[in-house]
Design a protein around this ligand. Structure first.
Ligand SMILES: NC(=O)C1=CN([C@@H]2O[C@H](COP(=O)(O)OP(=O)(O)OC[C@H]3O[C@@H](n4cnc5c(N)ncnc54)[C@H](OP(=O)(O)O)[C@@H]3O)[C@@H](O)[C@H]2O)C=CC1
Ligand SMILES: Nc1nc(O)c(N)c(N[C@@H]2O[C@H](COP(=O)(O)O)[C@@H](O)[C@H]2O)n1
Length: 225
């Protein structure tokens, strides 16, 4: 088997010291303005920004470069991972500020076919279908690479982060850790999902850089392959 040709993937989040991406009430205001500017500088330098449907439903993000000086043309392609096309047609990620790829599965239901037709009518939206129950992230990466998407910023949430780490699709980690503790067993963490059973199986990282930032710290790692 040849090497998987895939985009270089940078995972970024803002998290509390206890690894939460939001509080139990889904308050995700973790990063201050300086950190958001840092993230938008990364956004400006990638070909795609990827999130899971959970993040779309909870945050309704724009996923554009809007915290630093930028032109509409600087906006990367937005990529939403959404097996059952739960994306609302008025989601901000579907606005005309950038192109949006929605990755969904091959499984059809009458509702899904109707939604696909509506989404196809939107000129800036493209649908990619791969996987049966969940989006096949490995295959998706190959498809995106062939489309010229060579660098992706993965912006969560915890369930999609697990899917990407589990498949060994992440190359770099860059996180802002805020000096805050949220607690709450139900609050989303940086990486959720099933988790690895043993330390031997886990994803191993090499610390590359760390620096105090805003009120917290930025940590940068390369994923050991
Ligand atoms: N502080 C921060 O930096 C950030 C915080 N957040 C927070 O994270 C939370 C959202 O996280 P979460 O609810 O985990 O949602 P995610 O954004 O991680 O989306 C997860 C969904 O993606 C879909 N999916 C499809 N295929 C796959 C696959 N192969 N692997 C994994 N997921 C797949 C699944 O839904 P389906 O089966 O329907 O396809 C799954 O439930 C919110 O509270 C948000 O505010 C999010 C981003 C950054
Ligand atoms: N880096 C970072 N820090 C936080 O504190 C956050 N809450 C997030 N959230 C991510 O950014 C998205 C919002 O993007 P827009 O400003 O609407 O473009 C949000 O959905 C998360 O993916 N990130």
């Amino acid at each position: 088997m040849g090497e998987l040709l895939k985009p270089y993937v940078i995972s970024n989040v803002g998290m509390s010291l206890d690894g939460k991406l939001a509080t139990i009430d889904n308050d995700s205001r973790i990063s201050g303005e300086e950190d958001l500017k840092r993230v938008h500088n990364i956004r400006k330098n990638v070909d795609g920004i990827m999130v899971g449907i959970g993040t779309i439903l909870k945050d309704d993000p724009r996923l554009t470069v809007h915290k630093i000086d930028a032109k509409i043309g600087d906006n990367p392609i937005r990529i939403v991972i959404d097996s059952n096309l739960r994306i609302p047609l008025n989601a901000r990620v579907l606005n005309k500020d950038a192109k949006t790829i929605i990755a969904t599965t091959l499984k059809d239901t009458p509702n899904k076919i109707e939604k696909i037709n509506k989404l196809k009518d939107m000129e800036n939206v493209e649908i990619i279908r791969t996987g049966i129950e969940k989006v096949n992230l490995k295959k998706l990466m190959e498809i995106l690479y062939k489309k010229g998407i060579k660098k992706i910023l993965l912006e969560g949430g915890g369930t999609l982060n697990w899917g990407m780490f589990k498949e060994n699709l992440v190359d770099e980690v860059s996180v802002y850790v805020a000096p805050k503790i949220f607690g709450g067993v139900g609050a989303p963490t940086y990486v959720d999902g099933e988790g690895f059973k043993t330390v031997d199986e886990c994803v191993k990282l090499k610390l590359e850089k760390y620096y105090p930032f805003d009120e917290g710290i930025v940590l940068e790692f390369k994923v050991k392959k």
